[in-house]
Each structure stands twice: as structure tokens, then as C-alpha cells.
Design a protein around this ligand. Structure first.
Ligand SMILES: C[S@@+](CC[C@H](N)C(=O)[O-])C[C@H]1O[C@@H](n2cnc3c(N)ncnc32)[C@H](O)[C@@H]1O
Length: 417
């Protein structure tokens, strides 16, 4: 054991591409460290009589070379960096001694004080590598390093840790799917872009709570309130996106769910493309899957439903504008998920029954899913029209039709009483 050294470690980024790295021991430590060494392009030799299944798989795919034996003197010849992490204390000591002799930087999992290098807690976000080493008067504190790393990476990802880029501010538009409503259900990327925006044009649906967190200089525009005069409302929104982007601002168009599921996302992307404006698409968690899930309904279930179909119910089945083949849908065995269908569910259920779907088919309506106001009302295809009125179900709601409605634990909703 080396003498205790209270000097701080000197941080450095090793460029290992094509350079020989030797790992002694094929257990859990190697399993955790190898992916980063592989990602760095290192020429890795593992010396170990055994290995975990994951490490073995890395050898099978040729990402590492595996010498199936104990460490022996000379293994570190021409090596730039060594990771000593076997369960064989004598082998660890011998490898570490060779590393010292050959001036090879050496990490040891069993004896940090005997090591000549320490592995920092690392994390990555958008091309930035965060590496944290904490040293205290008592020695290293890897748990604290990991906690600091997590806090930094999380802050960078969600934008709460401001790290302005020294690049010119990128104007353009991001079409961001905000998820179904719970502010935690936006993607990490969406949240970061929101934090970097100058202007946010938001729909009524989606994570509106996130707008409260934005700094005061961010202009938040309610898409429903954009005056449209002689234009259609959507054209006015497109124009607002174009105008703000052309004024050099970084614009987020925040949409409920996913931008491309009944979200008119592509109309906006096309309008921006026509003006030569850069547009980033950030997918979101669609209410069509997540809202049933939040109410305990899986849209598929083994042995019950092998397909689910997401349908807009904003026009009635007999409406000439309808593009939906309700007859074909009535023949499907799987799950039907209806969006924007609260007003027309009576006519829709009748059409499905008329085309042969069983009146007993279970139905669930999930209103304001994933928010504090979420409620679920259960029905059958025969009575859903009446239940919607009697229970005063209001949009936004997702309607699920099919046997999956009944597979979860019993809902606490009114039907079961
Ligand atoms: C114009 S569509 C937009 C869908 C959205 N792009 C998505 O992927 O979830 C609006 C419909 O989505 C459904 N919806 C969206 N958020 C919801 C929520 N939190 N709870 C229930 N239904 C929701 C309702 O059917 C609503 O009428």
C-alpha cells in the first residue's frame, strides 16, 4: 500500500484512440469501464481467466481482445493505460508494480491509494463530457463525485444549469412535443430547448406548467390567441413562427403530445422550409399511448391485443369530410384509441356496432390524463354515448375501445362500484 498522498489529482483527458490499454480482470468493474474505453477507440486487451457475460460479448464482437488467463509479467509492455480490477489480489499487486516500473498510468479498483490514476465520475450532455473527482482530507469520495456529476449533467440537460454557448445565438424554430401534460413527461431535449428559447408559442394542451419556469425575458405566446384576421388560425401561427425566426430569435413551438400525431407539426415544418428557416423536430410522448397508460390501460397486451389503431374522432362517421373507414375498424380485433372524439363518441360507437363490433366491448374515457385532474370513466360500446353525457366527460380525453381496458387492476372509477 502506497503512502497516503493528500495532493489533489491532476485532471486530464486521455486520447486513447488506437493506443494499447490493458484491463486485468473481467468482472463488474471491467464491465462498467469497458464501454467508455471502447468508445474512446482504445486498442484493448483484457487479461482474465473469466469474464461476465457482457464482457464476453464485447470480446465476441471484436471490441476487445481477450486473453483467457491470469496476468503475467510483461502484459503491460507498450501499454499507455492500465485498469487493474481482478479478484486476484496477488495479480493486482503484480500488475500494479509492473505499471509503476514501466511508467504506465494505472487505475486500481481494489486500492485507490496504490493507483497512479483515478477514474472520475463522468457524464455526457450534448457533446460536453463532465468529469468529477472529489478529494477530501480523508481521501477520495466516489459517491460524492457521482452525485455532483449527476447534478451537473441533469442541470445541463434540462437547462436549469445555464451554460451559454460561445456561439452566435442560433435563430430558428424547434417543434417540440411537450408530452401529455405532466411537466415531467417532456423529453430532456425539449426541456433544454425551452430553457434556451427567446420566444415560446404554446398550445393549450401540453405541459403548461413548464412555461411558469421560463425566465422573464422569454416571450410566451398562446397559439390560440394569435389574431388571424383574414388568415386561417394555422396560417397565422405559421406566420408568427416565420416572423420571430426571421427576427433572429430562437423559437420553440411547444405542442401537446407528439408534434406529428394530429398536431399539424408537418404543416408548420413545411411552412418554415418554404421560407428557408431551420427547423428542429423534437418528438414527444403522445397522449394516445401515455394517457391510457397513466390510467392503467396498456394499448397492447399479450394474448389480448396485437395491434392498436389511433384514430381521430373529430368528425362524425357520416360526415363527408371523414377519412376514416369505420367499417374496417369495426373488424379489427385490437385496440382502438380515439382522440378528439368526446363530442362524436355516440355516433362513432353506433357506427362500430352497426359494422359488427360487439356492443359489450369495454370502453374507457380518460380525461386530462397525467395531470392532477385526471379521471377515468368506464363504459361499454353500447352505453358510452350516454355515459359521456351522464358523467360530463369533457375534452381533452382519450377514448380506448377494446379488451385491453379490462386487463389492468380494477380501476377505482365509478363503473366498478
Ligand atoms: C389535437 S390532438 C393532439 C394530440 C397530440 N399531438 C398527442 O400526440 O397527444 C388533441 C387530443 O389529444 C388528446 N389529448 C391530449 N392530451 C391529453 C390529455 N392530457 N388527456 C387526455 N387526452 C389528451 C385528446 O383526445 C385531445 O382532444
Amino acid at each position: 500500500m502506497a503512502e497516503y498522498d493528500d495532493h489533489p489529482a491532476y485532471p486530464v483527458g486521455l486520447r486513447l484512440n488506437g493506443r494499447r490499454v490493458v484491463v486485468v480482470g473481467g468482472g463488474q468493474v471491467a464491465q462498467r469501464r469497458l464501454p467508455a474505453l471502447i468508445a474512446a477507440g482504445a486498442d484493448i486487451t483484457l487479461v482474465s481467466p473469466s469474464a461476465t457475460a457482457s464482457v464476453e460479448a464485447m470480446a465476441d464482437t471484436g471490441e476487445i481482445r481477450w486473453e483467457r488467463r491470469r496476468y503475467q509479467d510483461g502484459d503491460l509492455t507498450d501499454t499507455w493505460y492500465a485498469l487493474v480490477a481482478s479478484s486476484d489480489a496477488a495479480a493486482n499487486d503484480a500488475a500494479s508494480a509492473e505499471a509503476e516500473r514501466t511508467r504506465t498510468w494505472c487505475v486500481r479498483s481494489d486500492d485507490a491509494e496504490a493507483a497512479t490514476a483515478w477514474t472520475p465520475a463522468t457524464g455526457r450532455s450534448e457533446g460536453i463530457t463532465v468529469a468529477v473527482l472529489t478529494t477530501t482530507s480523508q481521501g477520495r469520495d466516489p459517491r460524492h463525485s457521482a452525485a455532483v456529476r449527476d447534478a451537473i449533467v441533469e442541470g445541463l440537460r434540462d437547462g436549469t444549469l445555464a451554460a451559454p454557448h460561445h456561439r452566435t445565438h442560433a435563430p430558428g424554430v424547434a417543434l417540440v412535443g411537450g408530452g401529455p401534460g405532466d411537466p415531467d413527461l417532456i423529453t430532456v431535449r425539449g426541456r433544454r430547448l425551452l430553457a434556451e428559447a427567446d420566444v415560446v408559442i404554446a398550445d393549450r394542451l401540453g405541459p403548461r406548467d413548464l412555461l411558469d419556469e421560463l425566465p422573464p425575458h422569454v416571450e410566451v405566446i398562446d397559439a390560440a390567441k394569435i389574431p388571424y384576421g383574414r388568415y386561417m388560425a394555422q396560417e397565422a401561427i405559421n406566420q408568427a413562427l416565420i416572423d420571430h425566426a426571421k427576427a433572429g430569435r430562437s423559437v420553440v413551438r411547444l405542442k401537446g403530445g407528439d408534434p406529428f400525431v394530429f398536431g399539424r407539426g408537418m404543416e408548420e415544418a413545411q411552412a418554415l422550409a418554404a421560407e428557408g428557416i431551420a427547423c428542429t423536430i423534437v418528438p414527444g410522448i403522445s397522449s394516445s399511448i401515455s394517457v391510457p397508460g397513466a390510467a392503467g390501460i396498456p394499448v397492447t397486451h399479450r394474448g389480448v391485443a396485437h395491434e392498436f389503431t389511433v384514430v381521430s374522432g373529430h368528425v362524425a362517421p357520416d360526415d363527408p369530410r371523414s377519412l376514416v373507414d369505420w367499417k374496417a375498424l369495426a373488424q379489427l380485433r385490437g385496440t382502438l384509441v380515439l382522440l378528439m372524439a368526446v363530442d362524436k363518441i355516440g355516433a362513432i360507437s353506433q357506427a362500430l356496432i352497426a359494422h359488427g363490433k360487439s356492443p359489450d366491448t369495454p370502453v374507457a374515457l380518460v380525461q386530462e390524463g397525467t395531470t392532477a385532474a385526471q379521471r377515468r370513466v368506464d363504459a361499454t360500446l353500447a352505453d358510452v354515448g350516454e355515459r359521456v353525457v351522464a358523467e360530463e366527460v369533457r375534452p381533452p380525453a382519450v377514448i380506448v375501445i377494446g379488451d385491453v381496458v379490462a386487463v389492468g387492476p380494477e380501476p377505482a372509477g365509478p363503473l366498478e362500484g
